[in-house]
Design a protein around this ligand. Sequence first.
Ligand code: HMG
Length: 439
Amino acid sequence: MCASISGFSKLSKSKKIDWIVETYFSNAEDAKRILKQYWNTNEKIQQLHDEFTENTITNYYLPLGVAPNFLINGKLYTIPMAIEESSVVAAASKAAKFWMDRGGFKAEVISTTKIGQVHFMYYGNPETLKNYFNHIKSQLIEDAKPITKNMEKRGGGILDIELRDKTKDIKGYYQLHASFETLDAMGANFINSCLEQFAKTFKTEALNFNAFSAEEKIIQIVMSILSNYVPECLVRAEVSCKIEDLSEDKNISAEEFATKFVQAVKIAEVEPYRAVTHNKGIMNGIDAVVLATGNDFRAVEACVHAYASRKGTYSSLSHAKIEDGIFTFWMEIPLALGTVGGLTGLHPLVKLSLELLHHPTAKELMQIVAVAGLAQNFAALRSLTTTGIQQGHMKMHLMNILNLFDATDIEKEILTEYFKVNTVTHSAVVEAIENLRIK
Ligand code: HMG
């Protein structure tokens, strides 16, 4: 049944649930029971979760896994990963262990600049606008001081503001294009507050700028908002070793593996159909750590894919080469992350994840996240170019299929043993459960 409701947001949680289950579910009591099963028994924790967003009716769990043995710039980490997909944590762990014995991952933050824009319309003389901008620029920064003073004390703040003429794209369209350093904060609120102040000063002071005609004084602010595209908030992660150190697999030589691996990366560099899947594998690692550490994975996703298209074609984020007998695999990726503010001080599991990572700075977290992405990509490409992906993936997926059939603990034990030597496919698992149950 389709139904609409007015005033839903003002109802209590229990009234919201009543309306939902009675309107949409054939068995209202059953639906209510499932929703309540996921509530936390600790009322304070439940209230915290209720208040993270709006119209909350229950919690949606994701497993929090950990991938140990990540050696990054000589320091060992166990990386928390919040993800529902089987084989991702296993793959990250396997890649971490592999590279731990080969010098580990090197990671370096290249830049940390973030961007925000005030988009506005002005139809007068462009030269007069330029003069007005030059005249008002220092006041824009000065008027934002109450917002920026604490950030400045810590060494961050507004880096610059430029006037950008976009009238070739849209008649009358200009921007105040501002750059920021937000240190350990992701900085969205800080940047947006600064931008809204810039817009206010810019619009108001235009009325007092004598060189403007009466019409030119009317600047229309369209919007003020940070950009989640941060190509100058970049981190690089890399692994390298002698080719002969690469192989652990007796079915393929180290040289053949290295060559196939580099070919696989080159294919993702030139072929968008492959690049999307290749980068999805990287995002398996990145999103999982971004989520576990309370960061905004939607912003990271949107940015990373724009970055992957920056040369006009969607392409691989990672690269690989063989030079003088050395295999090198690396990635440069834009990541705007925070280790203070937002959920980082609120969500108990985010706090725990950050403690597990030795309370990283935002720069350290950028390095850890990039490494998780590179590790994930390495594991996937290693499987793809050797055994094929299904072998490992289905091995990890076995438990999901068993759960789908409500397998008991004893059934799980027997079938896990059985599938150590038999190939896991959905139908093979179904057949094995059925045979076991007949017996
Ligand atoms: P394996 O060699 O069969 O595993 O690999 P193993 O049982 O011999 O164990 C070796 C190590 O792997 C373990 O060491 C762990 O580090 C890890 P240990 O802990 O024993 O000292 N490991 C595990 N960690 C946690 N829980 C487990 C577990 N099992 C192994 N249960 C594995 C099995 C799945 C790791 C391997 O086949 C692999 O890396 N496969 C790649 C899987 C993958 O990439 N999955 C992502 C999802 S697929 C996808 O979405 C992306 C894709 O399309 C991207 C692309 O196309 O590029 C593939």
